[in-house]
Design a protein around this ligand. Structure first.
Ligand SMILES: C[S@@+](CC[C@H](N)C(=O)[O-])C[C@H]1O[C@@H](n2cnc3c(N)ncnc32)[C@H](O)[C@@H]1O
Length: 243
């Protein structure tokens, strides 16, 4: 069940559109969504605790993080070299990885299959575009599709880089993931990830980049051509040549 609290006074029309688009969303758990002028907050009970996550593309902490230059995501997507001109994020989620790439000049299409997450993302990008003249928001476009269907319709080489960040498998011993991921895990799931990865290899012009937990298995038997490791995650890079 979804409970919606609308405290949005400035973007009334966009808030109304958001409510209309998510009101019928079905979830097994009770969810609260608070709509404010600059952000959305999602709350739900997880392990007997009320867990909330607020998201906004104009929040200073995210802007600061996105602006950092030495991020492995940028290296993995080869953002410094000129050859990558188009990136499609096939698992958009809350859109933060896309936002980092867009902050450094990439045009991004973000594809998200879950209608609730898609509509939240769309709302947050629209209000950010309205409130902030920065060009980064114009570089983000979000679509509501199963990315496997999206890729099936595309010609080989239509995008330079295809990016995947599937939901991580639950880890037996580890502590709970961050709140945003806990909430994502309840709201949504991976859809056709194996198929999506194989299609991505056939369609990406130059590379496919996959974000994984640092010790997780690769998505398939194919060995990545490059791996960029951080403390808890890594980026597997598969070079392609589809024109
Ligand atoms: C771990 S989240 C991505 C988080 C994202 N990288 C970020 O920075 O916020 C994975 C997302 O992929 C979406 N997803 C999974 N399979 C998909 C598919 N076949 N097509 C589109 N979206 C998919 C899920 O609904 C989920 O929202």
């Amino acid at each position: 069940m979804l409970k919606i609290v609308n405290n949005c006074h400035y973007h009334k029309k966009l808030a109304r559109e958001l409510i209309e688009s998510i009101i019928d969303f079905h979830s097994t758990k009770e969810f609260l969504i608070k709509i404010d002028d600059t952000s959305l907050t999602l709350c739900c009970e997880i392990q007997n605790q009320q867990t909330c996550f607020s998201h906004s593309f104009t929040e200073p902490k995210l802007l600061k993080r996105a602006a950092q230059k030495n991020q492995l995501l940028l290296k993995a997507c080869n953002n410094k070299k000129r050859e990558i001109h188009s990136v499609v994020d096939l698992t958009a989620g809350w859109g933060r990885d896309s936002f980092i790439l867009a902050t450094h000049g990439q045009n991004i299409i973000m594809s998200e299959q879950n209608p609730l997450i898609y509509n939240c993302l769309n709302f947050l990008i629209k209000i950010a575009r309205h409130d902030d003249a920065e060009e980064v928001y114009q570089r983000l476009k979000v679509i509501n599709m199963n990315s496997a269907d999206y890729l099936s319709e595309k010609d080989a080489g239509f995008a330079d880089c295809l990016y995947l960040d599937p939901m991580f498998p639950a880890h037996k011993s580890s502590a709970l993931p961050s709140k945003d991921l806990q909430i994502l895990q309840i709201l949504t799931d991976n859809l056709n990830i194996d198929e999506l990865f194989e299609l991505a290899l056939q369609k990406a012009r130059y590379r496919v980049v996959v974000k994984r937990p640092v010790h997780a298995k690769t998505l398939s038997d194919r060995k990545p051509d490059m791996v960029y490791k951080e403390k808890t995650i890594r980026f597997d890079v598969y070079l392609t040549n589809n024109r």
